[in-house]
Design a protein around this ligand. Structure first.
Ligand code: INI
Length: 161
């Protein structure tokens, strides 16, 4: 039986504006995430001119960049943060991935703005490639949809639904 009184965001992107904030570290992989996010937003009705890309050195910089972008673009509906942290053999991974994840959550809560965590955190480069548009989907595309849904949820709640 269908549930009543359910509120959720639609996936209609018409009239909405988004920033993609992306790390250049592991750029070959992140480029595929950016393309996946951009294509998905356009397929759901976001005008190409209403999507812009901001690049930063690596994932550690994503939270601050998202905050700066949101503050200088008050008309944004949401931000898709994109990057790839690959463990390899370094404990640096835990610091970069952990700080990035908690920083993005903090910025999203502080600004009351959907900021999606489109950051791959994998053991190997092969696992990252699999999640960047090959056999395990495209994390950029998935997270773009999440941000779009949350942006529409925000509108629905503000409209008193
Ligand atoms: N940045 C990434 O985006 N991915 C990584 O895998 C990575 N590794 O492995 O170190 C990485 N490091 C750079 C980091 O994001 C910052 O740019 C740097 O520490 C300067 O603040």
């Amino acid at each position: 039986m269908a549930a009543h009184n359910v509120i959720k965001g639609s996936l209609n992107g018409a009239g909405k504006r988004f920033a993609l904030v992306a790390g250049r570290f592991n750029e070959y992989i992140v480029d595929s995430l950016v393309n996946g996010a951009r294509n998905t937003l356009e397929q759901h009705g976001v005008a190409p001119d209403d999507i812009f890309l901001v690049q930063v050195p690596g994932c550690f910089e994503l939270p601050l960049a998202a905050r700066m972008v949101a503050q200088s673009n008050p008309d944004l509906s949401g931000i898709v943060a994109l990057g790839a942290v690959i463990r390899g053999a370094t404990p640096h991974f835990d610091y970069v991935a952990g700080e990035c994840a908690s920083g993005i959550r903090q910025v999203s809560m502080e600004l009351n703005l959907p900021v999606g965590f489109g950051v791959l955190t994998t053991e190997t480069i092969e696992q990252a490639i699999e999640r960047a548009g090959t056999k395990a989907g495209n994390k950029g595309a998935d997270v773009a949809l999440t941000v779009l849904e949350m942006a529409n949820l925000s509108d629905a709640l503000k409209a008193g639904n």
